[in-house]
Design a protein around this ligand. Structure first.
Ligand SMILES: NC(=O)C1=CN([C@@H]2O[C@H](COP(=O)(O)OP(=O)(O)OC[C@H]3O[C@@H](n4cnc5c(N)ncnc54)[C@H](OP(=O)(O)O)[C@@H]3O)[C@@H](O)[C@H]2O)C=CC1
Ligand SMILES: CC(C)(CO)C(=O)C(=O)O
Length: 300
């Protein structure tokens, strides 16, 4: 199986690197400086995995049997348009936020797309070097909920590479559950500059986190997704488990990079409008993050 990683940044390089370490045929597709570093010195993975992986890298995709799709949500359409697929190609999105699978499906065809969420953690340190920062479950599933041979085969492939993976018949709910966690944690940490754990220690931020998550659960339920209100407590549990993390949105803001706000809190606002649920907390969080993205003063 030829594997192409579309968007070899932090998580894509880690997954591609782990698969290549297991002897899989992998091509990492990323930006020029990262590609050049990998082609000259190999991919360095540090942290929870320690390895130099000799894996091919390019700035342009080639045809693949499996495409691991790991660009940020705002790059989805452009990256999907550059894919080269055959009749049997599977495109597995591991992105955060809502709507990525649909955008990819619009470009390559729905039958090619499998959804995924991962609690693995990775950090892009410098060109040619990523850090493996967290281990968690990866869940994949067909968009229509069927349990197919190809999704089971894909799960086996990832498990063989040491990436703990299971198959679900409700990937949409899994994506929503991860979304609710990101809605609760990411924007508030990005605006206030605190690590995830502080959201539990500072009563005002904890209250805000619960309101933002609650709005997301209400919108999801109105959209017909079977989300329980206990999810709000799970958001707190994730903040506790990742207490020392600087959320991905906080990291993006600190580096002066665009954030995934539109696919996270912004998506709750948009969908809330569609189904008639008011989302004032997410609206303000979205406006603040968009404003900070435009403001030099907040770069740390
Ligand atoms: N990092 C993590 O621990 C986790 C991340 N995720 C999700 O996975 C997705 C990716 O996250 P992450 O790896 O952190 O992000 P990164 O920004 O580190 O990785 C994406 C990479 O793709 C590159 N890229 C974008 N478009 C193209 C293109 N057309 N051709 C070549 N390269 C391209 C980007 O370059 P450039 O930056 O120059 O645009 C960047 O290097 C996000 O949705 C994130 O929320 C999910 C779970 C964990
Ligand atoms: C789970 C959490 C909030 C961990 O930091 C995350 O997914 C992120 O930062 O994007």
């Amino acid at each position: 199986m030829k594997i192409v990683v579309m968007g070899a940044g932090a998580i894509g390089s880690l997954f591609g690197g782990l698969l290549a370490l297991r002897g899989e045929d992998v091509l990492l597709v990323g930006r020029r400086s990262h590609v050049d570093a990998i082609n000259s010195r190999g991919l360095k993975i540090s942290g929870m995995t320690d390895a130099i992986v000799h894996v091919r890298a390019s700035t342009h995709p080639e045809e693949g049997d499996l495409i691991l799709f790991t660009v940020k949500s705002y790059d989805t359409e452009k990256a999907a348009s550059s894919l080269i697929i055959n009749d049997d190609t599977i495109v597995l999105s591991l992105q955060n936020g809502l709507g990525n699978e649909e955008k990819i499906a619009e470009v390559v065809g729905r039958e090619h797309v499998i959804g995924g969420v991962t609690s693995y953690g990775a950090l892009f340190l410098e060109p040619g070097h990523v850090s493996h920062t967290g281990i968690g479950e990866t869940v994949i599933g067909e968009l229509d909920g069927s349990i197919t041979e190809r999704v089971s085969r894909l799960s086996d492939l990832l498990n063989k590479a040491g990436i703990m993976t299971s198959v679900t018949d409700s990937i949409k709910r899994k994506i929503w559950e991860k979304l609710v966690v990101n809605v609760g944690i990411n924007a508030i940490t990005a605006i206030t500059g605190v690590k995830n754990g502080k959201l539990l220690e500072i009563p005002q931020l904890r209250e805000l986190m619960r309101y933002a998550s609650l709005e997301a659960v209400e919108v999801g339920r109105k959209q017909g997704i079977d989300l329980g209100y206990d999810l709000i407590d799970r958001v707190e549990e994730v903040a506790r488990r990742t207490a020392e993390n600087r959320s991905s949105m906080l990291q993006d803001i600190s580096r002066g990079k665009k954030t995934e706000i539109d696919a996270i809190n912004g998506m709750i606002v948009r969908l809330g409008e569609e189904v008639g649920v008011d989302t004032p907390v997410n609206r303000i969080l979205t406006l603040l993050v968009r404003g900070i993205e435009k403001s030099e003063a907040f770069r740390r």
